[in-house]
Design a protein around this ligand. Sequence first.
Ligand code: LLP
Length: 412
Amino acid sequence: MHHFEYKNKELYCESVPVRDIAAKVGTPFYLYSTATLNRHFRAFDEAFTMPHITCFATKACSNIAILNLFAGLGGGADIVSGGELFRALKAEVDPRKIVYSGVGKTVDEMRFGLKSGILMFNVESEQELFTLQKVAEEMNVSAPVSFRVNPDVDPKTHAYISTGLAQNKFGIPIQGALGIYTAAQKMAHIDVIGVSCHIGSQLTQISPFVESLQKVKIFIGRLEEAGIHISYLDIGGGLGIRYDAEDPPLPAAYAEAIKNEMEGLDCILILEPGRVIVGNAGILVTKVLYTKKGGKKFVIVDAGMNDLARPSLYDAYHAIRPVIDTEEGNEVVDVVGPICETGDFLARDQEVPICESGDLLAIMSSGAYGFTMSSNYNSRPRVPEILVDGDTFYVIRKRETNEDLIAGETIP
Ligand code: LLP
C-alpha cells in the first residue's frame, strides 16, 4: 500500500497535490512519500521477531534524508562503496549497523570502513581477504568479516540482477568455502563473525530464498563441526514488488519462511532489503512535451533514460498514470525521452492515459533504483528529489544546474 492516491481526479502524494509540486519545482522530479517509507520499513522490520538488523540497501535509494529516516526507525545500511559509507554516516546511520558488500572493495574503501567501525565486511574472494588482512594489520585493528557464499540457486529473475548462480561474479562457491573460513581463522587481524548470501533482486517467489537458506544452514553446520562459530547470518535482500501483475510474497510470509529455516540457528539475522521498502514509495513526475505519429504513436516527455534507466536496461515495466485524470481513456503508445538513442523509452507499446502537450504523467514504482541509477548522459542535469510528509514537501536534493555539469572540468 502506498500514499499516491487520487482525490477528485487529481493525484496526491499524501495531502499534497502532485500538480502543486510540479508548479513549484518544475519537471521532471522524483517524489517520495514519508508515510509510505515509514510504513514499508516497519512492515518489513516488524515481520522479523527474532534478533535481527534491517540494513537498508543504500543503492536502491541513497538520499541522506531517506537513509536518516530509516536510521530513526532503528535501521542500518548495506553499502557497496566508500561513497555509500560516506552517505550512511552523514545520515547518522549507526556504524555498528553497517554491512559492506561487493566484489571490488579498494584499499582506501577498506580503510574507511575500518576507521568507521562498521559491523562487518562481506568478503567475496580470497584475494580480497588477504588485502583486508594487510590493511587491518597496517592500521593495527581487527577486521570483522563475513564471507559471502554463492549457493548456486536460481532466483528466477532478470538475468542482470541474478547474483546467486555459479556463473555470476558474486560470492565464494559454497562447496569450497570451508577452506577460506579456516584460513581466515588463523589470520591475526581478521575476526570471522558471519556468513552472508544474496541471490538476486526482484524475486517474486519464496522458494529460491528457502533453497539458498537450506544450503547455507548446512554450511553453517559444517563450520560448527570445524569449530567456527558464526554470530551473524546475512541473507541479503531481493524481495520483489508489484510493478504490474507480479504477485510477490508479503514481508510477513517471507519472514515466516525465514523463521522456519532459522530454527536451531544461534545467529543474529541481517537483512538487506532495498526495493521492497522504497520501490512503491516513490514516483517520477514528467511532463509531456510533444506527441507525434510515425509508424507508432509517440508521447515525448521531459524525462529520459538518464533519469530512469530501468525500462531501457531491463525492459522493466512501470505503470504510467495521469497527474490530472481527464477520463479520456487510454491508448497504446511509446513514451520516450529526449535522449538521442532509440533505447530511450520509459514505456513501449504500453497502455497509457491519452495525453497532450503540457500534461503531467506519473511514472509509478520508481522509488528503487530510479534516482540512484540516473546519470548526466546527454549533459542533462540530474532532477530534484522531493519528500512529502503530510501536507508539506521538502526538496531533499535540488535540481542540478548547467554549472554543476561542468564543475570539476578544466581546459588545459
Ligand atoms: N544486498 C546486496 C548485496 C545486493 O547486491 C542488493 C541488490 C541488495 C541487497 C538489495 O536488493 P533488493 O532488496 O533491492 O532487491 N538496478 C536493478 C537492481 C539491482 C540490485 C543489485 N543488488 C533494478 O533496477 O532492478
